[in-house]
Write a protein that binds this ligand. Structure first.
Ligand SMILES: Nc1ncnc2c1ncn2[C@@H]1O[C@H](COP(=O)(O)OP(=O)(O)OP(=O)(O)O)[C@@H](O)[C@H]1O
Length: 724
């Protein structure tokens, strides 16, 4: 390195070592040197001189003297290295000292010139003993020195146990990735390229997390999962492909991504964002993304665009010296400051600035380097603050948790009419309140009788649309042929039996209010297409009409079906799903939040007493039975049981027999040798339905009401058990 050997030793510059990150190591290093140099006066002078006598050893009053064996060294917070000594001189002094320690020999030229002849200057240089990252550039931005610590901090060096050959992504390859934030540290991945890989997601993907397993040209066997926001939780995606067990996961809390192919694990930790990528070809590893690839310019985006990737050996260490700083680091405020400082465009001394470089947060300082009066380069020093970040994240997670708890406590007051204070109901109330304050489409999910229609109504009542109508329609209860006219209305004489003066549909009736589409999972596919069109345009034509009608309604939908399964089975349009799924609310079955049963019992007792002007109470036994019952029909069933008990009980006390739970809990007649709980439960359920039908003289409406379950749920069960 001619620049180094010939000119740098004439430089004068200020150089600081920040002991707050590395003082223990430096202290150890100091005492090691002092102990080992024993009586060599000259070496000690050099040592003291190197580390700047004045600030560290002010008691010496600037006089150079031999160190006593038991000299104590006080490490101050920051130390000025003697201003008149160049970096090259420091390197050489250290090479000598280290040589002396290693070989018990020291040789130092009195003129300070001899150092040029020592060949291992590069292998032993001071910057390698500084526990900070150091990058030195010349005035053109060319990298002169880039120490190992800087490479380590910024991911330009590391050990990659899983090596791979050079290559390029082929159509039969399985691509797996865990991207913590789409568009960041992945080469600018975008919706367009992801679409080519089968990710059909019609909302912006930028900044969302994405787990993906698939092949470019086999789009229907793609598996992916979009993570809407960094929720500090762990997310995973699993599947089998080509006989291999594949697994991708992002753990936002621990800042870790994992990809597993059968039992082989590829893990990547990150600080800000990362995209962990693995490519499998013929069951063998073709590519594995190691850390720091922004700098290596080998991004997930490039790979997905078909740009070849390079071979990776076990140990990698990028050769950066002699290349421009911008070949490895993007232009950002820190790198621009460094380059400006090096070229003399600004004075440039910056100390301890929290900065970002290649997605890694560091504490950085910039020092100008001058030859005489002339600027000839700049030095960047940085400390790895990832531990600090980790602690900060942990602290944030705790604060988040506290915030959640606070929210949970507050939400009780937000919707007092929605009964339940379990964590799951509080979450429902919290999201419902958000929903009430926004105009986004809402999808309410939950089993029959959990309160989906009820919550929809409450959201409307709390929303700014509450002065306008709330119109509810059950997509399953209306015959297929009539659904369109129910939703959009019809014109005068549109079909036989139509009213001569035409009729408004619910979207028109609910203008400025809310439309609640219950059992949306049962909407016929052709109606789904029309609904999607309406959502996109917010306008429609009545059946038989040719005037476009514009309305302003908020749409709330609900279903007890698993819409993702319905999409897979092509019963539900995926594009419509994403339009409706803006703000999902999931209501748990009552058996999963049993702690709310007691409140619901009280609420229903009061409600019935008030409406019937009674003063009934539950007997201890009846209360006990209600508390331990499983409620397959959820809140609706609980409501029905109490209402029925009010009718059946003659006195003021409701006893167990008034609850009529016995029948439902009687398992007699089920053959226990049928093993598995699922089979036993199914047999039991079938028996209960048959008995209920008998009791209600085969009247379906009476039967599902009696059982306290919804109509759809009831018909599905009839179908499941082949009951005609
Ligand atoms: N948290 C609650 N607090 C008070 N009442 C509730 C609550 N949840 C449900 N209910 C009551 O339970 C009954 C059933 O609720 P709802 O009809 O909303 O259920 P659903 O989930 O829409 O059922 P389906 O899917 O069969 O249409 C309603 O009478 C409702 O008032």
């Amino acid at each position: 390195m001619p620049w180094f050997q010939t000119s740098l030793h004439f430089f004068t510059f200020r150089f600081r070592i920040h002991f707050y990150t590395s003082c223990n190591n430096v202290k150890r290093f100091f005492s090691y040197l002092i102990d080992n140099i024993k009586s060599n006066f000259y070496a000690k002078i050099i040592l003291l001189y190197t580390f700047g006598l004045r600030p560290v050893f002010s008691r010496l009053n600037g006089k150079i003297r031999s160190c006593k064996k038991n000299d104590k060294f006080t490490i101050v917070k920051s130390v000025h290295i003697c201003e008149q000594i160049s970096l090259i001189e420091k390197c050489i002094v250290f090479s000598f000292l280290l040589k002396y320690i290693n070989y018990n020999h020291i040789k130092i030229g009195t003129e300070g010139k001899e150092y040029t002849m020592y060949k291992d200057l590069d292998s032993i240089s001071i910057e390698e003993y500084i526990f900070e990252g150091v990058i030195l550039i010349d005035k053109n931005g060319t990298i002169i020195k880039y120490n190992s610590k800087a490479k380590e901090i910024l991911g330009l060096t590391g050990y990659n146990a899983t090596s791979h050959q050079a290559g390029k992504l082929e159509s039969e390859d399985i691509l797996l990735f865990a991207d913590t934030s789409v568009g960041e540290d992945d080469g600018g991945l975008n919706t367009k390229i992801l679409k080519a890989y089968g990710v059909k997601y019609d909302k912006p993907l930028e900044k969302k997390g994405l787990l993906y397993i698939g092949k470019k040209d086999v789009k229907n066997s793609v598996h992916y999962s979009v993570i809407e926001y960094n929720d500090n939780k762990a997310h995973e995606l699993k599947c089998n492909m080509d006989g291999q067990k594949l697994y991708c996961a992002i753990d936002y809390y621990n800042k870790e991504t994992t990809i597993c192919v059968d039992s082989k694990e590829y893990k990547l930790n990150y600080i800000l964002n990362i995209a962990n990528v693995v490519i499998i070809r013929n069951k063998e590893l073709a590519f594995y993304q190691i850390k720091g690839y922004t700098a290596r310019k080998e991004s997930l985006f490039d790979i997905m665009c078909g740009i070849p990737f390079k071979k990776k050996d076990g140990m990698f260490n990028l050769d950066v010296e002699g290349k421009n700083i911008y070949s490895f680091h993007a232009e950002n405020s820190l790198t621009v400051d460094l380059v400006n400082c090096a070229s003399g465009n600004c004075d440039g001394y910056i100390e301890n600035k929290l900065s970002n470089i290649n997605g890694f947060t560091v504490m950085a300082s910039i020092h100008p380097v001058n030859i005489g009066e002339e600027r000839c380069g700049a030095l960047l020093t940085m400390s790895d603050i990832s531990m600090l970040e980790k602690n900060q994240n942990e602290l944030n997670a705790v604060l988040n948790e506290l915030e959640n708890l606070k929210r949970h406590y507050q939400t009780n007051d937000l919707f007092p009419e929605i009964i339940g204070s379990s964590l799951s109901m509080k979450e429902v109330k919290r999201v419902a309140m958000k929903a009430a304050n926004s105009d986004a489409n809402i999808l309410i999910l939950g089993e029959s009788g959990t309160g989906k229609s009820f919550i929809a109504k409450k959201i409307h009542e709390k929303s700014k649309r509450n002065k306008f109508p709330f119109v509810e329609i059950n997509c399953c209860a209306i015959p297929k042929e009539l659904l369109e006219s129910e939703l959009f209305g019809y014109e005068n004489g549109a079909f036989t039996g139509a009213r001569p003066d035409g009729k408004k549909g619910i979207f028109e009736i609910a203008d400025e209010g809310t439309v609640f589409l219950d059992e949306i999972g049962d909407m016929p596919l052709e109606m789904q297409a029309k609904l999607l069109l309406f959502i996109q345009k917010r306008s429609f034509y009545r059946v038989g009409g040719n005037t476009e009608i514009h309305v302003d309604v908020r749409i709330i939908t609900a279903t007890n079906k698993n819409l993702e399964d319905e999409i897979k089975n092509k019963h539900f349009r995926e594009d419509l799903f994403y339009r409706l799924y803006i703000l999902p609310i999931y209501i748990e079955p009552l058996k999963r939040h049993k702690e709310d049963i007691s409140q619901l019992i009280d609420y229903n007792m009061k409600k019935n007493n008030a409406s019937l002007d009674e003063h009934k109470v539950l007997s201890v036994q009846a209360n006990k039975m209600l508390l331990s019952y499983n409620y397959p029909g959820n809140v609706r069933e609980l409501e029905n049981i109490i209402e029925r008990a009010f009718v059946l009980s003659e006195g003021e006390v409701i006893y167990p027999e008034h609850l009529m739970l016995k029948r439902a809990e009687n398992t007699a007649g089920i053959d226990i040798r049928e093993k598995t709980l699922d089979k036993l439960m199914a047999a039991y359920e079938k028996k209960v339905i048959l008995e209920a039908l008998k009791l209600n003289e085969q009247d379906y409406i009476k039967t599902f009401e009696y059982l306290g379950i919804g109509k759809t749920c009831f018909y599905n069960k009839l179908k499941k058990y082949g009951i005609k």
